[in-house]
Design a protein around this ligand. Sequence first.
Ligand SMILES: *Cc1c(COP(=O)(O)O)cnc(C)c1O
Length: 388
Amino acid sequence: MQQPVGEQLAGMTAELCKTADSTFQLEALLRPDLQDLEEYTPIVPTEVLSQKLGIPAGSLIKLDANENPYGPSPQVRQALATGDHYHIYPDPDHTLLREAIQSYVGLDRAHILCGNGSDELLDLVMRLFIRPGDAVINCPPTFGMYAFDAGIHGARVVEVPRRGDFTLDVAGVEALFDGQPGGERPKLLFVASPNNPDGGIISGHDLQRLLRLPLVVVVDEAYAEFSGESAAHLVPEHPNLIVLRTFSKWAGLAGLRVGYGLFPLQVIKHLWKIKQPYNVNVAAQVAVLASLADVGYLRANVERIVAERERLYASLQAVQYLRPYPSRSNFVLCRVMGREARELKQALERQGILVRYYRQPGLRDCIRISVGRPEQNRALLAALRDFA
Ligand SMILES: *Cc1c(COP(=O)(O)O)cnc(C)c1O
């Protein structure tokens, strides 16, 4: 396992402090709530793994981060190669981007604000609503960034765990508001749909119930293109609904960092005041415009991935030590029976096949497999059958 950057630095900082005034305590200046914050452990970069395993990066079968195995549209490469505005600051209002996104989602651009990935928008939403001590609701198992960002903003995380089948415990969320004085109530609720890591979606009925509560519901639709379901059209009628989208997964732009949110007008006017002016770089803007001009190509890849997901799911069901969960996204979560999920992940890794393993409670016996190209999925399945 790679040593996190924070740990690498810890030793160095201690050294540096010895040279300073002995009464000076750097630690005393740090925000106390951040000192004990756990580092977010992202996946190990391909280049690092490639060195460790002695397998060329190009031969690794990377099914661990839900990236698009087909990459971006060829139009994106073309547009990036011929772009000539890289020395000019990007448009802080994302004018052309929002115009193109308006046509793509069918929602007026007044509701649209773009970010450096939807990750930035999650952070921005927290900045807008959360003072230290305010509560946010998280429904694990789910995407780790909600709890991570909550920690950075000093929020209190109220967990309402999902049920055994990963559906939301809506009654559990509602119960948090029974007899609670206004000041103590949670302010935000984050729900990914499709949910990462299981791929299930929120039902329309559940969403309506959540929207009746006195809090802001953030629906993270990073994978909506794979499910074909979206709450985007509900945003104009609901002052407490935020929908986040991204180009990372369906459009294959994860490395360029660009996403967008659909916000109620009462919310978006404040977000414009607090966002970093140049948050979406020129290359990302060029890439999105080229992608949205070539939606047909990208949609065909989404359809390929969805068809391949169904094939993969059926094949995984036939692996006797795996129990895959049905997914509406571009990945399949599997419970591993009668052996260690972590060891399975490591055994696959030694063959150059990367899947996601979790250390969190409730997921320690699971692996998550991103849907790859047909030949990648075949290689994965062959390896899994070999281990039987
Ligand atoms: C991948 C992912 C994102 C990250 O999106 P970016 O736009 O790349 O920041 C957001 N939410 C979920 C649930 C994801 O899995």
